[in-house]
Design a protein around this ligand. Structure first.
Ligand code: HT7
Ligand code: ZN
Length: 874
């Protein structure tokens, strides 16, 4: 497979003004007729051939302006079709046959639980019909879907239904019109036996919009939260961005087999059922919040992505980074903002930093790709969102809003670039963003080494920041970035933020300094007492910042920092220092001793009260094994697991009574609601239970057992079942797992949780359980949710067992990747990620991991898996 390069971009030679599609649905032989109104670009020369993309299509007919083409007037190949000398304006008619029932890749038109559905982003439309399948070709669509009345009573597509009727042989049809020009990746079709829940929304200009959520009949009771989230998101986008919905109908459909979370097709969003269905009995608080975030994300795409779209796929972060930023702000506004930021950053620093440090590192705007679906990454989405967040913070709320208004107005109905977006922001703010653009072009996480000194005599604080970005594949040299560092100086006597006065300019007590050079010293004057600096508040830039904090400094910040995020971060840093010592002790075979300063810090957290419960729950949560690993030069899986377990058990043993009290204080039997205050209480209670169970405290075990049996809501049940399953008490684990499995055998999404709970067991039988559960009737390699729940969870969240010294974990993953490479390449290339990080481990593990990568490489590979494996072995 050959790479595509960003610099090779050329505008399309032919544009499509309008598309007429007719689908005659059949599992093995669906007929697709396409009629394209086309015209040559004025700047294009006469005689320029017309290139259409097409894959896995059987061409039945092709004609221009009603005249069938002779075989020498066009050529067919594996990726498409070229028409030799089309006229300047013409109508192209094609008819193809496709087989949805054989489509296990879930791109294009496929069958999911007997329902027809489509996934066209990024390049799936070419598996439906011959078309210039690129985002800068925008057309209006009219789509007629013909199906069997009994099998597919519901026939949906983009836009508004304009005609419906009966046909012979028990068939019927519906014609849909989408008046907004769109790229082919936003096309959607759904046909099946679905039921709907309906609601209404009145837009800010007083238009009535019908909202529909389509699901299988048994899921009708699981749509309330998604509907409420949708209405909240619609209102928020009007209030925050001035963006109003444009069609009269907005539909969401739940699909069981889906490669990602959801898809923002115009007027017809398709959702992985796991990302839309909720019920207190079946979904956890985290799932409720995830649904809210994804519903909002897809809805927000209607402007940031659909009305204004990407010129080419290199600009993917233009829509994804901006939309993630929008959904993060929405979730922060409607829930606990501090917790949202902590959760997002904890995830980002673990997973995106790892991506940036690995063989598949790439810039927010990549320069080349082999398979674009490999680039739906944390860098494009999450780092892209951090970059937009930096812009927002640099400009301030009002200027950012002016910039976004300008962007949406200037480019409505167009396919544009990241420069177009940043230009609008520069114009609206009057700022020079030239250096800032490096955030889009340079891969890798900038590292900042910071040093501070207090000059008593002159009452000055000197802060030196040095930045460096490590080399990444294709980019050995890096230039300095523009890094906004939000900070405060916390007085060690007063425990308060001191005013920041930088070279005579007052920045208030919480200000931003701008690091632009490789090294800069900032001199703060009028600093009346020795401070501890609180740096990178709110994670003001996606960088790794090191500062030689003592443990006393960190305990001080944990107690006194006015910035909630940095208080949490100080706790994480303090725990990390203790963990580093314990990792070294484990490696050297020395007895492990718990740092009393960590215990004291946790004790004060538990005793001081007054903290937001949700934030307190985060503060009491130790860094994950994955995050700890990310901070080590070489990952020692066993030492990390042993050190973290030791810290958790030491805290649990010493602070047992405090955790018990915390549990009891936060117990409640009020009816479940996914409200921030209740969620906070549940998470605090469940964190406390986690500590009690870490030492298998008798009372703790009893509480876990009772919580499981009380069966009050899935958040509590899942935590209790997890703790019982992960304990050494098989007498409790086995019956609980059995009763849960029997009770929920009919509910596929709950069974996914049942799989995940078992395969995260730290006990040595976890890997055997994975193999065993792969034969369970509820498991299928063809269903991405099952693969993620069972195999994905094991390889990503059970590090001690996946990285077994005998290499069995690696072998298991390679076996699955080889199978999936054939069935679903998009899922296969994502799943293989942990093996690609082989350089981070010890020599014997490196060899074992490389051997499995080589075994995969020896197969006939899809472009998706090929690209990742080649990078990993380069
Ligand atoms: N824009 C979508 C990205 C996407 C996708 C979704 C479902 C299945 C396959 C997919 N490939 C790409 C989802 C989003 O970011 O909103
Ligand atoms: Zn998106």
């Amino acid at each position: 497979p050959k790479p595509t390069y960003r610099h090779d971009y050329r505008p399309p030679a032919y544009r499509v003004a309008h598309v007429d599609l007719t689908f005659e649905l059949d599992p093995a032989a669906t007929r697709v007729k396409a009629s394209l109104q086309m015209e040559r670009h004025p700047e294009c020369k006469e005689g320029e051939p017309l290139r259409l993309d097409g894959e896995q299509l059987i061409l039945k007919h092709i004609a221009i302006d009603g005249q069938a083409l002779e075989s020498d007037e066009y050529t067919l190949d594996d990726d498409g079709l070229s028409v030799r000398q089309p006229p300047a304006r013409f109508r192209l008619d094609t008819e193809v046959e496709i087989a949805p029932c054989d489509n296990t890749a879930l791109e294009g038109l496929y069958l999911s639980s007997g329902m027809y559905c489509t996934q066209c982003e990024a390049e799936g439309f070419r598996r439906i019909t011959y078309y210039p399948d690129r985002p800068d070709v925008m057309a209006t669509y009219s789509t007629t879907v013909i199906g069997d009345k009994a099998g597919q009573p519901v026939l949906l597509s983009n836009g508004n239904p304009v005609k419906r009727g009966e046909l012979p042989d028990g068939r019927h049809f519906v014609t849909w019109n989408d008046p907004f020009p769109k790229p082919s990746y936003l096309f959607a079709l759904v046909a099946g036996d679905l039921k709907k829940v309906e609601d209404r929304f009145t837009t800010m200009s007083g238009r009535e919009v019908t909202l529909q959520i389509w699901v299988e009949e048994e899921n009708l009771g699981k749509t309330d939260h998604a509907m409420a989230s949708l209405k909240r998101a619609m209102k928020w986008d009007e209030e925050t961005y001035g963006r109003e919905y444009d069609l009269d109908l907005f539909m969401i459909v739940a699909v069981n087999d889906f490669n990602m979370g959801a898809m923002e097709n115009k007027g017809l969003n398709l959702f992985n059922s796991a990302a839309v269905l909720t019920h207190p009995d079946t979904a956890t608080d985290a799932a409720f919040q995830r649904v809210e975030g994804i519903v909002a994300h897809e809805y927000f795409h209607n402007w940031s992505g659909n009305r204004v779209t990407c010129r080419d796929w290199f600009q993917l972060s233009l829509k994804e980074g901006f939309t993630v930023f929008r959904d993060q702000c929405f979730s922060a506004d409607v829930n606990s903002a501090a917790v949202k930021r902590i959760e997002d950053v904890a995830f980002f620093r673990t997973a995106q930093f790892a991506e940036d440090a690995g063989p598949t590192a790439h810039p927010v705007r990549p320069d080349h790709y082999i398979e674009i679906t490999n680039f739906y990454t944390l860098t494009i989405y999450e780092k892209g969102a951090e970059v937009v967040r930096m812009l927002y913070n640099l400009m301030g709320e009002e200027a950012f809003r002016r910039g976004s208004d300008r962007y949406f107005e200037r480019f409505d109905g167009q396919a544009v670039t990241i420069e177009d977006f940043v230009d609008c922001m520069a114009e609206a703010s009057g700022q020079d963003l030239t250096q800032f653009m490096r955030w889009y072009s340079q891969a890798g996480t900038p590292e900042i080494d910071a040093y501070g000194e207090y000059d008593y005599a002159n009452a000055e604080y000197h802060l030196t920041l040095r930045q460096r970005t490590p080399a990444t594949p294709d980019q050995p040299e890096k230039a300095p970035q523009h890094i906004p560092v939000r900070m405060g100086l916390v007085g060690t006597k007063s425990g308060r933020d001191l005013g920041l006065s930088l070279e005579g300019e007052s920045l208030g007590s919480d200000g931003v300094i701008h690091l632009r050079e490789a090294e800069q010293t900032f001199v703060f004057t009028d600093v009346p007492e020795a401070p501890v600096p609180s740096l990178l508040r709110g994670f003001s830039a996606p960088v790794q910042l090191r500062f030689p904090y003592s443990r006393e400094d960190l305990a001080f910040l944990l107690a006194n920092d006015s910035d909630g995020f940095n208080r949490w971060d100080a706790g994480q840093r303090l725990a990390m220092l203790a963990l580093d010592d314990l990792i070294a002790a484990h490696r050297n075979g020395v007895e492990k001793v718990m740092d009393p300063r960590v215990v004291d810090a946790f004790r004060s957290l538990l005793e001081r009260g007054g903290d937001d419960k949700a934030v307190l729950a985060e503060m009491l949560t130790l860094p994950s094994e994955a995050y700890i690993a990310e901070q080590q030069p070489l990952v020692d899986v066993e030492a990390i697991h042993a050190a973290r377990t030791f810290v958790k058990q030491s805290l649990a043993a010493t602070l047992r009574d405090d955790f018990l009290r915390l549990y009891q204080e936060n117990e409640s039997d009020e009816p479940y609601a996914p409200q921030p205050e209740q969620i906070a209480r549940r998470s605090l209670k469940n964190v406390a239970l986690g500590y009690l169970m870490a030492v298998e405290d008798e009372e703790g075990v009893e509480l876990a057992r009772r919580q499981f049996e009380a069966d009050h809501n899935m958040t509590d049940v899942r935590q209790a079942l997890t703790l019982l399953t992960h304990s050494s008490r098989d007498d409790l684990a086995a019956p609980a797992l059995r009763s849960f499995g029997e009770k929920w055998a009919h509910d596929s999404l709950v069974m996914d949780q049942w799989f995940a709970i078992q395969v995260t067991r730290p006990q040595t039988d976890a890997l055997d359980r994975v193999r065993h559960l792969m034969a369970h009737p509820a498991f299928s390699l063809k269903n991405p949710n099952k693969v993620r729940a069972l195999v994905g969870t094991f390889v990503n969240q059970n590090r001690i067992n996946f990285h077994r010294a005998d290499g069995e974990g690696y072998r298991l993953l390679a076996d699955v990747v080889i199978e999936l490479n054939r069935l679903n390449p998009e899922i296969a290339s994502r799943l293989v990620t942990p093996l690609t990080r082989w350089q981070r481990f010890d020599e014997p593990r490196q060899e074992l991991m490389r051997a499995e990568l080589e075994r995969i490489r020896a197969e006939k590979l899809s472009p998706n898996v090929y690209e990742v494996i080649e990078k990993a072995l380069a």
